[in-house]
Structure formats: C-alpha cells, structure tokens
Write a protein that binds this ligand. Structure first.
Ligand SMILES: [Fe+2]
Ligand SMILES: [Fe+2]
Length: 231
C-alpha cells in the first residue's frame, strides 16, 4: 500500500477510536447517571483539535485532493463537500471545547442539566458527521485516488507525506502527543475500557511504538480505576 494511504488510514483509525470513545463516555455517563469526566473529555477534544484538525485535514486538502482533482472530475462534488467539512470542523471543535468549559464552570447553574443535554446532542452529531466524513474518504476518495493517480503522483505524495511526517504529525522524535494519549488512558473511566482506541493509536506509530507498556504502566492503571464522578 502507498505510504500516503497507510498514513491516512492509520490516522482515521486513531481519530475514529477517540471519537467513538467520546460517544461511549457520554452515553455511559448518562445511562449510569454519572457526572461528566471533564478531564478526559477535555483531553480528547484537545487531541481532535491539535491533530486531525490542524494536521490530518491539512494534508488531505493541500496534498491529496488537488492531485485527484487534476486527474479526474469524477468525484468533484464529493471532494468539494469534504473540503468544506475541513473548513468548518475546526470552528466546530472549538465551539465544543467552549461548550464543555461552560458546562464545567456553570455546573451549579439551574440550566446545567439542559446545557449538558444540548452539549451531548451536539457532540453526538459532531461524532456522527465526522465518522461519515471518514467513511466517505475511505469508500469513495481513497479508492478513486488508487485508480486515477499515476506512479509519479504517488511518488510525489508519498515523499511529501513521509517528509512532513515529523513536523506535521510529531510521530517520531519527541512525540508531543504521547503525554496527551497517556492522560486520556489514565483518566478514562474503567467500565468503558480503551482497548480498541489504544490499539488504533498504537498502530499509528511506525515501528510499533510506543510499546503497549508505555500506555499501561500508569500508577494504579486505568483498568483499576473506577468510573469517576469528577465535578
Ligand atoms: Fe478529511
Ligand atoms: Fe481524512
């Protein structure tokens, strides 16, 4: 598989895992009548803002989509829609981060339950839209790219994706995202588990790193932690 496609699919796996974990966290907290775990929700939204919004989308919009457009008009409408999604979604995650902060700061307010319900609905809608976006790219755009791009196109794309790997994704060298992922693992309530998310996150690291022990060697370990009812 071309390096470009592997990198995009790996990043989709990581992002999907985090998105699904947020959805699960919200659903389970509501089902068991628990307070929201603001720490882990903050960490997850921050991850989405830092990595997929600023890095992943940029690579698709700036590197991959123009190459496909130059070779085919077949999915022009779809690509335009995906580009528009990229343009909107950064604002959307910033709004969600703000709404979450408001929820935390205003937890004693009379309208806190209604505010929480609204946040959950918006978050679930965001997750569904994002997963649909990823599905469209994987089902329609990546196969189209495989069909229409030339060997020279792929060589150029793969070089750009690999070259941009370090500064853009921080996957190698001093991995800026490790502490964040570790914090997500450490703070996620145990009943949800984070196995699939971790697997996807680990897969996104070349050479199989970081080692599984990196994620699991936390004091107390996430598995031993009970569901939290942080304020
Ligand atoms: Fe995208
Ligand atoms: Fe994508």
């Amino acid at each position: 598989m071309h390096a470009t496609l592997r990198i995009i699919r790996d990043e989709h796996s990581s992002l999907s895992a985090v998105l699904r974990s947020i959805g699960l966290l919200l659903s389970e907290s509501r089902r068991h009548d628990l307070a929201l775990d603001f720490r882990v929700l903050r960490a997850m939204l921050f991850y989405i803002d830092e990595f997929p919004e600023k890095v992943h989308h940029t690579k698709e919009t700036a590197l991959l989509f123009p190459k496909i457009r130059a070779r085919s008009t077949e999915a022009a409408d779809v690509i335009a829609r995906l580009d528009a999604d990229h343009g909107r979604s950064h604002r959307a995650v910033l709004d969600l981060q703000h709404d979450l902060l408001a929820l935390e700061m205003m937890s004693e307010a009379a309208d806190a339950p209604a505010r929480r319900l609204r946040f959950e609905e918006e978050m679930h809608a965001y997750i569904a839209a994002y997963l649909d976006h990823i599905r469209t790219e994987e089902i329609e755009i990546l196969p189209l790219a495989e069909r229409v791009l030339s060997t020279a196109d792929w060589a150029e794309l793969d070089a750009a994706f690999m070259h941009n790997r370090d500064p853009l994704t921080h996957r190698e060298g001093d991995d800026a995202f490790r502490p964040l992922f570790k914090r997500i693992l450490m703070t996620l309530p145990a009943p949800l588990g984070l196995g699939p998310a971790l697997e996807a996150l680990q897969k996104s690291y070349p050479g199989g790193e970081p080692a599984r022990t990196f994620w699991t060697s936390t004091s107390g370990g996430a598995a031993q932690r009970g569901a939290k009812t942080v304020p």
